[in-house]
Design a protein around this ligand. Structure first.
Ligand code: FE2
Ligand code: FE2
Length: 483
């Protein structure tokens, strides 16, 4: 039950607000300001009010930046085409002419834009009314101390588009390097999304979706190379790495269970933000070494509810909001009634059941102050499928095994013929034979120097004889996984 339709076959409500409401308002507001500035001084109250409203509008659209691009008679706001009602066509045409005569391709507003900056920018735009002076607009604007508004010339816009087409996306990179790069990008995007959510108290949905989309696209193409990256735990910023990992694992599990593309995207966003409620917990509690006191625990146990509260600030009521809310609210609820918050129902929503397992798996395999070492992926699977089994959805547990394999990335193993190998990633065609790096040969000589010997996957004539615990063979697993 997979769904291969293109991502944008039905518009999501978030984009709809952007293209049908905020976009047209911004175009109208900017045109109104240009006109008013020609007639009135900017100390005029009406002009001040219009500037204030325009900045509020820009803040509403803000997604680390707001880019309004004019192409032909159309406007694009953060890449989405702004809808135009028939009655507004003259106004859209008039603003695109204003851009055209200055050879302006668009304008970029950066986070933190102020009313006085917009006022100065509009005034300078009025003063630079032809192609020749339009080319100097950027310089003049910067010279006037406007740092959060950047005009884009038509030439810059065209160059940027060419570069985009020519970049040819990662051609020539091997699968692991590509996965490493995708992971790094996802990590950066996640950090930005979580920090922004924490700062504004509203979920940074567009940014979260930008992180999740490439992962969903890969999963739909049955490319799970990024899953192995979740086993690398030497990140400085654990909080963000944890969120990325839970999102990647949830999407992969969801794909295995046959969720359609739209649902995977919602699940991915929910998983990315599942712990966002923790931003309301004081850092002293979060960073406390050793065991937590009862009061600290009471605070910690509130994070699903706090996260759900943040999610309710999403604009409009949509299925996306309900999915994300469900994941935040119920990722610690357990089907046997344990966990928190205590809920009357015994079955948390399906997406929360998926995120719950991805969350536990990632947390168990991560170093914690109260454990001498983290569980290996293999040990974590053993626990989840063993003593913890009754607390989780068994179909999701099955899908987790399909996702990480029987010997998840980071597992040390000895083969029947005597090789010592490290698992790098699951191979979905044969869960018993992962992709591996050879660490030692059957005669005991090690293979750590020089060009790494990689099995993609473990050859068919090999089988795993036993799993080797990290204590038995001193090796920096994280470094080898990241290599
Ligand atoms: Fe949590
Ligand atoms: Fe978590």
């Amino acid at each position: 039950m997979t769904d291969d339709r293109p991502t944008r076959d039905h518009e999501d409500p978030d984009d709809k607000v952007l293209t049908s409401v905020l976009g047209p308002q911004l175009v109208a507001r900017l045109f109104g300001l240009l006109r008013a500035t020609r007639t009135y001084d900017q100390t005029n109250q009406t002009v001040r009010d219009q500037l204030r409203e325009a900045v509020t509008l820009i803040e509403d659209v803000m997604d680390d930046q707001v880019t309004l691009v004019a192409m032909g008679q159309c406007f694009y706001l953060n890449g989405a085409r702004v809808r135009v009602e028939a009655s507004k066509i003259p106004l859209f045409n008039a603003l695109s002419e204003e851009f055209e005569q200055r050879r302006l391709g668009g304008v970029r507003f950066l986070e933190g834009v102020r009313i006085d900056e917009l006022g100065t920018f509009i005034r300078l735009m009025v003063d630079h009314a032809d192609a020749e002076s339009g080319a100097r607009l950027g310089e003049t604007v910067a010279g006037a101390g406007v740092v959060h508004i950047v005009p884009i010339t038509l030439d810059e816009l065209e160059t940027a588009q060419d570069a985009h087409v020519e970049s040819g996306e990662d051609a020539g990179l091997d699968e692991r390097s590509q996965a490493r790069r995708s992971y790094r990008q996802a990590l950066q995007g996640t950090k930005a999304a979580i920090l922004r959510t924490a700062r504004t108290g509203r979920p940074a949905i567009r940014r979260a979706k930008r992180v999740v989309q490439p992962i969903v696209d890969s999963a739909m193409k049955n490319d799970f190379s990024i899953v192995g990256m979740t086993a690398i735990k030497n990140h400085d910023e654990y909080t963000y790495a944890h969120s990325v990992n839970v999102s990647i694992l949830s999407i992969a599990i969801g794909q295995t269970l046959g969720l359609p593309r739209g649902a995977l995207a919602n699940l991915g966003v929910g998983a990315l933000l599942h712990d966002v409620g923790k931003t309301t917990i004081p850092v002293e509690v979060l960073a406390k070494p050793g065991r937590l006191s009862e009061e600290d625990w009471a605070l910690m146990r509130r994070h699903p509810l706090e996260g759900a509260k943040v999610v309710t600030h999403m604009p409009g009521l949509s299925s996306q909001m309900l999915d994300v809310l469900g994941v935040c609210m119920y990722h610690h609820a357990r089907r046997d009634g344990s966990g928190y918050p205590k809920i009357a129902r015994t079955e948390p929503p399906p997406m929360a059941r998926i995120a719950a397992i991805a969350d536990c798996y990632d947390a168990m395999t991560t170093h914690r102050a109260y454990r001498s070492r983290p569980f290996t992926g293999y040990e974590a699977l053993g626990t989840l499928l063993g003593e913890e089994r009754g607390r989780f959805d068994s179909a999701v547990l099955w899908a987790l095994v399909q996702t990480v394999g029987l010997y998840p990335a980071g597992t040390l193993m000895q083969t029947e013929t005597g090789y010592l190998v490290l698992s790098l990633n699951n191979d979905r065609n044969d869960l018993r034979r992962p992709h591996c790096r050879v660490l030692a040969y059957p005669d005991g000589t090690h293979a750590l120097d020089g060009q790494p010997v990689i099995w993609e996957p473990m050859p068919r004539h090999e089988t795993v004889a036993r799993v080797v615990s990290p204590e038995e063979f001193e090796v920096e697993i994280d470094r080898l996984l990241a290599a």
